[in-house]
Design a protein around this ligand. Structure first.
Ligand code: NZQ
Ligand code: ZN
Length: 386
């Protein structure tokens, strides 16, 4: 097992009615900026619940953070933070609102002239403006990790940032929010969390037995509960398992001591930057094609997954191939397309080359657990995903 450090400072309040803790969790005397998305929280009652707990604080609001949060929108919030002297932020939303808030946490204390440098130059955030979250959509795990992804459509980029200063101080994860999610977001959440586990597990065999078993447990649980999550999102126990799986998939635990991949995400971000396709759907497009292309590197682990999670039997190579097919079928059973042509997008044929060009310009193209996925590999993987 590789050496590791583990520091998970976010206080997680999980379960029904945990928003009632908000007034104890936000530091007394804070001037709070409450951030949210396009308005779902006003339709499903979450806004009222949260606002009701903030009576003892001076609160300003910033709504309109879009899915795949946009840099230009976040700059408007940054102005408010600076001009109003905000001391604490509360993100109420899914990964996009939380990630947007993480960017603001970093940008509020950033001393350079151009906050985009935090993303473009990969500047780690050691200290950020403190913030908490009220999660409304289980998927990304952003509520308990220190990463964020921000888009800038003017230049066609979607980039990641992070650092120890970006952990939420606290997160409220109440599974009753799952009942208000449309099918599209339920399916996205399942596929995103599933792929997070795969990116940290589907590499090569190591001696990290516990990490493997935890990862396999999350994958098996997601597959087991997925049909009920889709049909009965108001089933509290199933929603709770869904929310906890999404958190466990990317709260930092399963990546400790093991090699990780993350190439599917890197390519997926380019698909979102080019076409605006939902994050999880881009992963479903890339994953089957990636694993078929890299089967020689990954066959032992694919076979382990096939046997332990999917109950397949046979020789390693046959199980590995069947495991990829079954995973693709799982995504499709949730109504998620697994090729680019499943989405109504233009100029699909030229996309592999454009994507490689964009990645080369950003120097983000040394990928994979062995750092052996280069431009020609990305082109071939995308070609097979058209
Ligand atoms: O904007 P509103 O009106 O709130 O609607 C949102 C949005 O349209 C809606 N929604 C959220 N909660 C709802 C709800 N609708 C009804 N009821 C509710 N309770 O869902 C839509 C999607 O929301 P979004 O926050 O974009 O989804 P998600 O949580 O999947 O986040 C995706 C973003 O997170 C990034 C992705 O790249 C993408 O930008 N990721 C962040 C990661 C991280 N920080 O660790 C890791 C991930 O791999 C991912 O890259
Ligand atoms: Zn993801």
């Amino acid at each position: 097992m590789n050496n590791f450090n583990l520091h998970l400072p976010t206080k997680l309040y999980f379960g029904k009615d945990q928003h009632k803790e908000l007034s104890n969790l936000i530091p007394a005397g804070s001037k709070v900026l409450m951030l949210y998305g396009g308005g779902s929280i006003k339709r499903n009652g979450i806004y009222e619940k949260v606002k009701g707990e903030l009576a003892n604080f001076e609160v300003l609001e910033f709504g309109g953070i879009e899915a795949n949060p946009q840099y230009s929108t976040l700059l408007k919030a940054l102005e408010i933070i600076k001009s109003e002297g905000i001391t604490f932020m509360l993100a109420v939303g899914g990964g996009s609102v939380i990630d947007g808030t993480k960017f603001l946490s970093s940008a509020a204390l950033f001393e350079g002239d151009e906050p985009w440098d935090i993303l473009a130059k990969g500047i780690r955030t050691e200290v950020g403006l403190p913030f908490g979250t009220v999660l409304t959509l289980p998927a990304t795990g952003s509520e308990m990790n220190s990463g964020a992804v921000v888009s800038r459509k003017e230049i066609g980029q979607k980039r990641a940032m992070g650092g120890p200063g970006l952990f939420p101080v606290f997160s409220i994860s109440d599974p009753t929010v799952v009942a208000s999610l449309p099918e599209r977001q339920l399916a996205n959440g399942i596929v995103d969390a599933f792929t997070h586990v795969m990116e940290q597990y589907m590499t090569y065999p190591t001696a990290a037995t516990l990490q493997d078993r935890i990862s396999e447990g999350i994958l098996a649980t997601l597959m087991e509960i997925a049909p009920t999550v889709m049909k009965e999102p108001d089933n509290y126990e199933v929603a709770a398992n869904f929310m906890w799986c999404c958190n466990m998939a990317l709260n930092g635990i399963i990546q400790k001591g093991v090699p990780t991949d993350w190439s599917i995400h890197a390519i997926g971000h380019e698909i979102t930057a080019a076409y605006g396709i939902d994050h999880a759907r881009t992963l479903a497009i890339v994953l089957p094609s990636m694993y078929r292309y890299k089967i020689d590197n990954k066959d032992a682990k694919l076979a382990q997954y096939g046997r332990r999670v999917l109950g397949l039997e046979g020789a390693d190579r046959a199980v590995a191939e069947a495991a990829i097919d079954a995973t693709e079928e799982f995504f499709r059973s949730l109504g998620i397309g697994t090729t680019l042509s499943d989405y109504q997008v233009e100029e699909v044929a030229s996309f592999p080359s454009k994507c490689v060009e964009a990645m080369e310009a950003q120097r983000t193209i040394i990928l994979g657990e062995k750092r052996d996925i280069r431009a020609e590999d990305v082109r071939a993987i995308l070609q097979a995903a058209l």
